[in-house]
Ligand binder design. Sequence first.
Ligand SMILES: Nc1ncnc2c1ncn2[C@@H]1O[C@H](COP(=O)(O)OP(=O)(O)OP(=O)(O)O)[C@@H](O)[C@H]1O
Ligand SMILES: [Mg+2]
Length: 119
Amino acid sequence: MIKIEAIVREEALEDVKAALIAEDVRGITVSQVMGCGTQMGYTQLVRGSKVSTTMLPKIKFEIVVSTSQWAERAINAIRKAAYSGNPGDGKIFCYEIQRAIRIRTGEEDVEAITPALSS
Ligand SMILES: Nc1ncnc2c1ncn2[C@@H]1O[C@H](COP(=O)(O)OP(=O)(O)OP(=O)(O)O)[C@@H](O)[C@H]1O
Ligand SMILES: [Mg+2]
């Protein structure tokens, strides 16, 4: 099992969500977060003085999938939907997941993240 964490622009929320659903990814967590990448936010001129904004609002998607094939599908969908070509488009991180449990049925691991038998 693989966890994909994608931090994208706020305005990419709906497109990324739709792209994941279109790829049959089921089970998505979304949070509003603040962050900075290599540019450390940005600097703008406010009434003649430079003001730096270190942390910018971003959207974080977290999804857990069963195989590396599913992970590639999800990653490609996110990349396409979140891409503008400008700095700040975001990043995708992947992790190995050790364990998953569906609370309602007690199913574990891959069974816990695929549709339940009795849904
Ligand atoms: N190394 C990192 N660790 C944790 N979070 C990160 C890291 N890099 C980026 N992020 C998160 O992703 C968001 C978007 O990063 P961003 O796209 O600006 O990355 P970047 O490396 O600066 O690339 P770019 O040059 O395209 O802007 C950040 O606001 C932050 O929340
Ligand atoms: Mg950046």
